[in-house]
Design a protein around this ligand. Structure first.
Ligand code: NAD
Ligand code: UDP
Length: 352
C-alpha cells in the first residue's frame, strides 16, 4: 500500500504494535520518526525494523509528555501525521497506580495534541481499545454500542482520551482523528525478528502460553471455566498484529480526505475461547501446554468480539489472517527469541 502522507511520527514505535507499524510504514514508502522513552521496549526492535525495512528510520529517545521535545520534532521533521501508540497498557498495574496511567495516557496525549496544534499537524491515529465497551450485553460489538462502565484506570484513560479527541475535532474542523479500538492483538512478523516482549510475567494470554511452551513458565492458569460460553472459558476476538497494523495504514489513508473524529473497531469479527487458543497453539508449536482451570480473574468479561462492518465500509479494511497463522507467527517469534530482545539472535537469522 502506498500512502500520500509521507512523514509519519510514531510514538511508542519501539513497542509491540508500534514496531510492526513502523515497518509497515517503511514498506509503504514513508519516512518514519519514532519517539519512544523505552519504558517498555528495547531499541533492538527498531534495529530489526530498519533491517527488515531495508532502510533507516529516525529514532528520538524521549517522552511524549515532553512538550519542548515535541515542538522540536515538529519543527525539524515536517511531520504529516501521527500514529500515537505510546502509553501504559497493564490493566492490573493501572488499578494499583492510577496516577501513572492518567499522567502517561491522558496527559501524554494532551501534550501531543497541543504540540500538533501549534505545529499545524492535525492528522492523528490513536490506539484505543475494545476495553472502552466495558461488559457489553450483545455480540458482536459495533462502534455504536454504548461505552461501558469501566472498572479500571487503564480503560478509563482510553475513554477519556477518546472523549477529548472528539471535543477537539468538534472545536476545529481541520482535525482528522481516528480512534482505533483494538480487540486482542497477537502474533508477530513472519520473519520472527520482531514481536511482543512483555517484561516480567505476562498478563495477556498469548505471551503467557508462549512462555509455557518454551518452558519459562510451568503451566497456564485458565481464568474461569464456568462462563456461559461454548466450553466455559472466556471468548475474545484475537487479531493478527499485521492485520491490525494494516488497519492503521487504511485509517491514515482515509484521514487524508476525512475530517472530524472517527471510531473504527479493529477485530476479525470472530471469537475464540481460551481452550480453543490453547489447542491452536499446541497445533502450531507441536508442544503441549499444561493448564489448570482456576477462578475467574477479577474484572474479566465473558466474551467480546467485533462487528467489523464499519471498518470494511469506510476503510475497505478487513482482517485476512486466520487463527493458525496467528499462532504459528507467535510461536516463531517466541521460539527464536525465548528471552525477547534481551538475548538477540543474529539479525539475519530467519529473514525471508
Ligand atoms: P507496548 O508497551 O509494547 O508499546 C508502547 C510503547 O510506548 C513502548 O515502546 C513504551 O516504551 C512507549 N511509551 C510508553 N510511555 C511512553 C511515553 N510517555 N513517552 C514515550 N514512549 C512511551 O504496547 P503495545 O501492545 O504495542 O500497545 C500500543 C498501544 O496500543 C498502547 O497505547 C496500548 O494501550 C494500545 N492497546 C494495546 C493492546 C494490546 O493488547 N497490546 C490492546 C488495545 C490497545
Ligand atoms: N486468560 C487466561 N489466563 C491468562 C491470561 C488470560 O485464562 O494467564 C484469559 C482471560 O481470562 C481472557 C482471555 O484469556 O478470557 C484473554 O485475556 P487477555 O488478558 O489476553 O486479554 P483481555 O482480557 O484484555 O481481553
Amino acid at each position: 500500500m502506498q500512502l500520500k502522507l509521507r512523514r509519519i511520527l510514531v510514538t511508542g514505535g519501539a513497542g509491540y504494535i508500534g514496531s510492526h507499524a513502523a515497518l509497515a510504514l517503511l514498506e509503504a514508502g514513508c519516512d518514519v520518526v519514532v519517539l519512544d522513552n523505552l519504558c517498555n521496549s528495547s531499541k533492538e526492535s527498531l534495529a530489526r525494523v530498519a533491517h527488515l525495512g531495508g532502510r533507516a528510520l529516525n529514532f528520538v529517545l524521549g517522552d511524549v509528555r515532553d512538550s519542548d521535545l515535541l515542538r522540536s520534532i515538529f519543527a525539524d521533521k515536517e511531520i504529516d501525521a501521527v500514529l500515537h501508540f505510546a502509553g501504559l497498557k497493564s490493566v492490573g498495574e493501572s488499578v494499583g497506580n492510577p496516577l501513572a496511567y492518567y499522567d502517561n495516557n491522558v496527559s501524554g496525549t494532551l501534550k501531543l495534541c497541543e504540540a500538533m496544534s501549534d505545529a499545524g499537524v492535525r492528522k492523528l491515529v490513536f490506539s484505543s481499545s475494545a476495553t472502552v465497551y466495558g461488559d457489553p450485553h450483545e455480540m458482536p460489538v459495533s462502534e455504536a454500542t454504548p461505552t461501558g462502565s469501566l472498572t479500571n484506570p487503564y480503560g478509563r484513560s482510553k475513554l477519556i482520551v477518546e472523549q477529548f479527541l472528539q471535543d477537539l475535532a468538534i472545536s476545529d474542523d481541520r482535525w482528522s482523528i481516528a480512534a482505533l479500538r483494538y480487540f486482542n492483538p497477537v502474533g508477530a512478523h513472519s520473519s520472527g525478528l520482531i514481536g511482543e516482549d512483555p517484561g516480567g510475567i505476562p498478563n495477556n494470554l498469548l505471551p503467557y502460553i508462549s512462555q509455557v511452551a518454551v518452558g519459562k513458565l510451568d503451566f497456564l492458569s485458565v481464568f474461569g471455566g464456568d462462563y456461559s460460553t461454548r466450553d466455559g472459558t472466556g471468548v475474545r476476538d484475537y487479531i493478527h498484529v499485521l492485520d491490525l497494523v494494516h488497519g492503521h495504514l487504511c485509517a491514515l489513508d482515509a484521514l487524508q480526505n476525512r475530517a472530524g473524529f472517527n471510531i473504527w473497531n479493529l477485530g476479525t469479527g470472530r471469537g475464540y475461547s481460551v481452550l480453543e487458543i490453547i489447542s491452536a497453539f499446541e497445533r502450531a508449536s507441536g508442544r503441549s501446554i499444561p493448564y489448570k482451570i482456576v477462578p475467574r480473574r477479577q474484572g474479566d468479561i465473558k466474551e467480546c468480539w467485533a462487528d467489523t462492518a464499519k471498518a470494511l465500509a469506510e476503510l475497505k479494511w478487513v482482517a485476512v489472517r486466520g487463527l493458525d497463522e496467528m499462532m504459528i507467527d507467535a510461536w516463531r517469534w517466541q521460539s527464536l527469541n525465548p528471552n525477547g530482545y534481551h538475548k538477540a539472535p543474529s539479525r539475519t537469522d530467519s529473514v525471508k
